[in-house]
Design a protein around this ligand. Structure first.
Ligand code: PEP
Length: 245
């Protein structure tokens, strides 16, 4: 399956900085590349390197109406978003998003033809307590409950251990390998068509560790935070994904 590398710009950027960064991005064969940008920059990103997919970082669970501050999936679709991140750990931890809300956001996106990148992952305390897969299973189960099996097979999943995000401390190859196989196995157990589900790894991916992470079985790409803001680094990570066998 073709790997996907998605950049998560988070709340970074400016019109000038984005212009410079976009000038440094070029799509390569053998990998799908997306940038998930803050809402106001979706307009600026209407002009972007050919083949670069556009994404957002959140979406409302609601369709339309009196929901001040929300952005609907229909709006994202109008701006050509192919992807939207849902359930990022920053949204879960800082904005109180729970497992079922993440599922409803994924459903709202899919209703408008946008592929949700559903983030799951454990905190360090949960890992230390030996509960990583338990937590991830709970997060996935809520999304499955909302979407059903068929739609669940069409999402992109991102395993993002909370302790690895923005910390400079990536999960090890063996930790990633265990969890990604665990996620695929969990999907199979739930009788979701697991083979076509792309499972991205996210958490301190850098040009230096990208190749070894993408070489792990069941790692189908990456969700890249900090390094996606540096054109040269993001391109090196995309190249590593294209070259991984
Ligand atoms: C992220 O925010 O999704 C992420 C993976 O961040 P970083 O690459 O900076 O750890």
């Amino acid at each position: 399956m073709t790997r996907l590398v998605a950049g998560n710009w988070k709340m970074n950027g400016s019109l000038a900085a984005n212009r410079k960064l976009l000038g440094e991005l070029a799509v390569q064969s053998g990998v799908e590349v997306a940038v998930c940008v803050p809402f106001p920059y979706l307009a600026q990103l209407q002009e972007r390197p050919a083949g670069l997919f556009l994404g957002a970082q959140d979406v409302s669970e609601f369709e339309v109406g009196a929901y001040t501050g929300e952005v609907s999936a229909a709006m994202l679709a109008e701006f050509g978003c192919r992807f939207v991140i849902v359930g990022h750990s920053e949204r879960r931890a800082l904005f109180g998003e729970d497992d079922l809300l993440v599922g409803r956001k994924a459903r709202a996106a899919m209703a408008r033809g946008i592929v949700p990148i559903v983030c799951v992952g454990e905190t360090l305390a949960e890992r230390d307590a030996g509960q990583a897969m338990l937590v991830i299973g709970r997060q996935l189960a809520a999304v499955l409950e909302v979407l059903g099996r068929e739609a669940m097979a069409a999402v992109v999943l991102a395993y993002e251990p909370v302790w690895a995000i923005g910390s400079g401390r990536s999960a090890t190859v063996s930790q990633v390998s265990v969890v990604h196989a665990g996620i695929r196995g969990w999907l199979r157990e739930q009788r979701v068509r697991a083979e076509g589900v792309r499972i991205l790894y996210g958490g301190s991916v850098k040009p230096e560790n990208a190749a070894e992470l993408f070489a792990v079985r069941d790692v189908d790409g990456g969700l890249i935070g900090g390094a996606s803001l540096v054109g040269e680094d993001f391109m090196a990570i995309c190249r590593a994904a294209a070259d991984a066998v």
